[in-house]
Design a protein around this ligand. Sequence first.
Ligand SMILES: [Cu+2]
Length: 473
Amino acid sequence: MRNFYNIVKSNFILEGHKCDELKSVVQVTGDPWCSCGGLAPDGTLVSVGGFLDGIRTIRYYGGPACNGNNKCDWREYHGAMNEDRWYGTQVILPSGEFIVVGGRRAFSYEYIPKQEGQRPTKPYFFPFLYETSDIDENNLYPFVHLATDGNLFIFSNNRSLLLNPTTNKIVRTFPVLIGGSRNYPASGMSTILPINLATAENTNPVKAEVIVCGGNAPDAFFLAEQKKYYNPALNDYPIPKWEKEYMPSGRTMGDCLILPNGQLLFINGAQKGTAGWWDADAPNLTPVLYYPEKPIGQRFKELKPSQISRMYHSTSALLPSGKIWVAGSNTHDTYKDVDRFPTETRVEGFSPPYLDANFDQYRPIIDEVYSSKKLRYGHKFETLFRMQDANAQNDLVKNDIKVTMYFPPFTTHGFSMSQRLLVVKTRGIYKNMSGIFNIESLAPSNQLAPPGYYILYVVNRGVPSKGMWVQIE
Ligand SMILES: [Cu+2]
């Protein structure tokens, strides 16, 4: 398969409004500070926990319950969780329920039933979280990924295991990842790599790889908090069997987003210090692109830096357009407009290299009207598209085209909860008389793709179309 690996142009553009100019007609009453969340299968945003009066809250926003009413408010159920969930991780399961793992001094996990307002029946004691909590904790916001066999990969501080969410048994444990601490407040990054169902050699279960990178020394938060010494962030990069590779720069509190074409983007964060108030220095302004399919040593590419520091409490999101929405950063306990690192209210749009106009001629355009938008497990679905440039479509071959599906994550504190990208299995591509292509794909199982809304992209040799929302159930 050919790819545009030599493309380099990328750009930050300041968007036209500031966060604090956005007026909201809705409000949250229980404190959602450092909570977690996810998008439920019906499109409702479900967010759990936070601080003080919100620490055991389950809150719901939007979805069918609003029935098209755009003034529909948050629906909060205080005290619904059995244990405090401050810095917990929430991830969607094949059943469409969420699991919520950990939180400060909460060494347990709970399942959130699908029915709004129903509370989890009980907490499941999880000693692993107790065992991986050190002097600085370094195990909050644990990295949780739904593996391809339906088990949960859970990474906390420097250890990881596979948990069966049906039997609640630990299936296996993995070697310690030496070199430092990876979870909050050391705040490294992690994602499950794109799940490739398109290639023939896939077996059951489908191969899964997880990356964990960045973070800091186990005592880095203590040094930052007590001595205001900002220890350099980690820049090694391990994958299962914990192969190591070096990132071009150290990064703590960064985001690791999967892009529509299967590349990864490391963005935001700091090169020194940890999460916490006034606990970091040396913002990492340079986004880094990562090519998982290239050989070790050739996988990283540094992109054009931003001018704006994005450290503690910054965030980012992949948009259907393929652009990256970048916002936030507040390194203090209150808003401070005058400071070395002021409270950041500006929003940026970052264009990864694949949005370069030079590639528009190769860019597929999805025909949303005639493409399948409701997907059913194990059934085929059709995506219609054309090429922007009629000449480009003449030499189009099937192997150049990938159909990818992105589950929109809940990104906070450097972790994108429930993030996954599937490269789906395609069965054929046909061109009709008017030059429209029809690509037939197979909807994956719910273990591979939990139910809900995905952004679907058609990707031509690394150049993605604009995304289209689809729903799988
Ligand atoms: Cu926080």
